[in-house]
Write a protein that binds this ligand. Structure first.
Ligand code: G3H
Ligand code: 13P
Ligand code: ZN
Length: 317
């Protein structure tokens, strides 16, 4: 069943975070639903602009509708990831997305507010909820001076003003993470000090952590042993998800780690079966491994086992 992220956040706030997983194809979709049902977790399906054009946006919608029919016990939100104005309006008009993200974080503060507010007005008129971003994710180098690095992180005072003036439903914060496989060097990590300050100014308000892949070192080693070249890749410690959840993070975005599972499975499969050319063989392995991967993430997020309570709450409301 498709619900809004708002509904899921109300139930999760302060207790656990919900995994927001990107999909691009059939195998990911199957593994995603199975993994979430096996671990009895609510989840968020994320569709990026790139995913919408990889085949066609209608193909992804059809996949999700099909999975919803096939797995009627699943509870999830369908979310546009990092939307621009055009993609947000298209998604809102389609009526398929329960939630959209407008990412105008590259704009100055006032322009970000103006753009975000225009999306909020259109989305709320249709019962769709909105996530927006303040601050700039990623690219904070180890050698960058502290003040310079902090300038890219979300300013807690601005965060409060941004939420009040835009009317958004959740806020993506820049707290030290970045997208992709190369997040941290040396002693870098999630800036819990900044997160704590944001939560103090926005108590009870759902926060979102982008760039949350862990880039497991054993996964990287297996990929490299099978011909890959991922040197120095490093991510977020998944044992920190629950601490983030206690500080108001209700949504944790994970994409890269799933791509690593895909890469490892396919590299190893074709290395070990050089005579093979049936793509369904590694596809079967991937769907199984991806489901197991999702189950593991949900345990770290604390969302595993929450599904029965959510069904009960939804039926009562
Ligand atoms: O934040 C970006 C997500 O990992 C989606 O990536 O735009 O390549 O689909 P993508
Ligand atoms: P990762 O690259 O860490 O998986 O982050 C994904 C993300 O933030 C999608 O919006
Ligand atoms: Zn992101």
């Amino acid at each position: 069943m498709i619900v809004t992220t708002k509904k899921l956040f109300e139930m999760a706030y302060g207790k656990y975070a919900i995994g927001a997983y990107n999909i691009n194809n059939l195998e990911q979709t199957m593994g995603l639903f199975k993994g979430n049902l096996n671990s009895q977790a609510p989840f968020i399906i994320q569709i990026s602009k790139g995913a919408r054009v990889y085949t066609d946006k209608s193909m992804l919608e059809a996949l999700i509708r099909g999975a919803d029919e096939l797995f009627p016990d699943a509870i999830f939100a369908v979310h546009l990831d990092h939307g621009d104005v055009e993609t947000c309006f298209d998604s809102i008009e389609s009526g398929f997305y329960s939630s959209v993200m407008i990412d105008a974080s590259h704009e100055d503060f006032e322009t970000n507010i103006k753009i975000t507010k225009s999306i909020v007005d259109a989305a709320h008129a249709k019962g769709i909820v909105v996530e927006a971003e303040l601050g700039k994710l990623g690219g904070v180098e180890e050698h960058v001076a502290v003040a310079e690095a902090d300038a890219k992180l979300t300013d807690p005072d601005q965060a409060k003003e941004f939420v009040e003036r835009t009317g958004i439903d959740s806020l993506a914060c820049a707290i030290g993470t970045s997208h992709g496989a190369y997040k941290f060097a040396g002693s870098q990590g999630v800036r819990f000090d900044v997160l704590e300050e944001i939560q103090k100014r926005l108590p009870g308000f759902p926060l979102v952590m982008h760039g949350s892949s862990s880039v497991p070192q054993d996964e990287v080693a297996r990929i490299n042993a099978a011909g890959g070249m991922l040197k120095g890749a490093k991510g977020v410690d998944a044992d920190q998800f629950k601490r983030a959840a206690q500080l108001g993070v209700t949504k944790v975005n994970i994409d890269t780690d799933g791509r690593l599972v895909w890469t490892r499975v396919h590299r190893e499969y074709f290395r070990d079966h050089p005579e093979q050319f049936d793509f369904r063989k590694p596809g079967e392995v991937f769907m199984k491994e991806y489901a197991t991967f999702i189950e593991g993430k949900n345990v770290k997020l604390g969302s595993a086992g929450q599904l029965p309570f959510i069904w009960k709450e939804l039926k009562a409301s």
